[in-house]
Design a protein around this ligand. Structure first.
Ligand code: AMP
Length: 329
């Protein structure tokens, strides 16, 4: 691991993980773990910038970790931890806040947009990019894979690090955003004009990784298609069928053409049954591993190990910052 570049990913435990998350994000992460020294944490301190019912948060934190591992995230290739297990992160965040200008934080696009949606926003919504900077900087991360909407936050982390280094001496590595080409966008089964999302109100268009086989089959068999009878990839005119084809090619090594050829002269019912079996098979395997993990000592051990390792890293960074800033007796 030593000469590999370090990469950090945070997962916000809000909403239930979907087939869209699996195909669009988790499968890509599983590929990337071969190349990098990866750190993966459940960003529970980020989740609470918006109120979360404690019982739900408690359930989701473990569920997320167990599901990611069940999906192929390898605890031997990733340092996996819970953000709130590491009390040095908020301490580092405070020291960094005092090197961040209000103007900078309030110019973040996410803050501007989200604070407009709800006038009663918390202070955490303004300062969470600094907490994100603490997450990134204490592990000396080289890269942070983010969607385009989070790029600005990684750039802010870099600016804060640069300023701190100039003011107090070399302390932080400057991180870079790694703009991830996410996999294909999986669409809602009921309304294929929008993406399958964990925040969607109608659950019939969304496949969750913990749905039963019966639920999955029912949702796929009743997916919106079109009035033709041809399994053909045409996202503009046949968004429903094209979405199902995308699901197939993402879960197998087949090409679009191979899927189309398999169903020449067959009806949509047969095609949907095939897709449902593919999805049930994959999610079934994920759930088997999930069940082994969810209440296991193995999962506790993984989180304890991650907490111990990252606490030491964060403590060292915090102490170095204190020394440099003159926060000593
Ligand atoms: P979200 O669930 O929106 O917080 O997204 C978490 C990650 O999953 C991001 O990398 C998204 O790009 C990815 N993702 C979420 N929904 C989908 C989807 N329907 N298709 C593909 N990727 C998705």
């Amino acid at each position: 691991m030593e000469n590999k570049k370090r990469l950090l990913t945070g997962l916000k435990p809000t909403g239930d993980l979907t087939l869209g998350n699996y195909i669009g994000a988790i499968m890509q992460m599983v590929k990337r773990q071969e190349e990098f020294d990866s750190y993966l944490f459940v960003a529970d301190l980020h989740a609470i910038t918006i109120h979360q019912p404690p019982e739900e948060l408690r359930r989701r934190i473990k569920e997320f970790i167990a599901l990611y591992i069940a999906c192929g995230i390898d605890p031997k290739k990733n340092t996996i931890y819970l953000q709130s297990d590491n009390e040095f992160i908020p301490s580092i965040s405070w020291l960094l806040e005092c090197s961040t200008y209000y103007g900078e934080a309030s110019r973040m696009i996410q803050f501007k947009e989200k604070s407009k949606q709800n006038a009663n926003f918390t202070l955490g919504l303004l300062t969470y990019p600094v907490l994100m900077a603490a997450d990134i900087l204490y592990v000396d991360s080289d890269y942070v894979p983010v969607g385009i909407d989070q790029k600005q936050h990684v750039e802010l982390a870099r600016d804060i690090a640069e300023r701190f280094n100039k003011m107090y001496g070399e302390t932080f590595k400057l991180p870079e955003p790694l703009i991830t080409e996410s996999g294909v966008k999986i669409k809602d089964l009921k309304d294929p004009s929008k993406k399958m999302s964990k925040s969607e109100e109608n659950p019939n268009g969304v496949i969750c990784l913990l749905d039963t086989k019966e639920q999955i089959t029912k949702k796929i068999m009743s997916a919106t298609t079109d009035s033709e009878m041809q399994v053909k990839y045409d996202p503009e005119n046949k968004p429903g069928i094209s979405n199902l084809i995308n699901i197939c090619i993402s879960l197998t090594n087949d090409t679009i053409q191979q899927v189309e050829e398999k169903f020449v002269g067959k009806n949509y019912g047969e095609f949907k049954k095939y897709v449902a079996e593919l999805v049930c098979d994959r999610i079934g395997k994920i759930q088997e591993r999930y069940e082994e993990l969810i209440n296991s000592k193995e999962l506790e051990d993984i989180l304890n190990e991650g907490a111990a390792k990252t606490k030491q890293l964060a403590k060292d960074k915090y102490e170095a910052m204190r020394q440099k800033m003159g926060l000593v007796r």
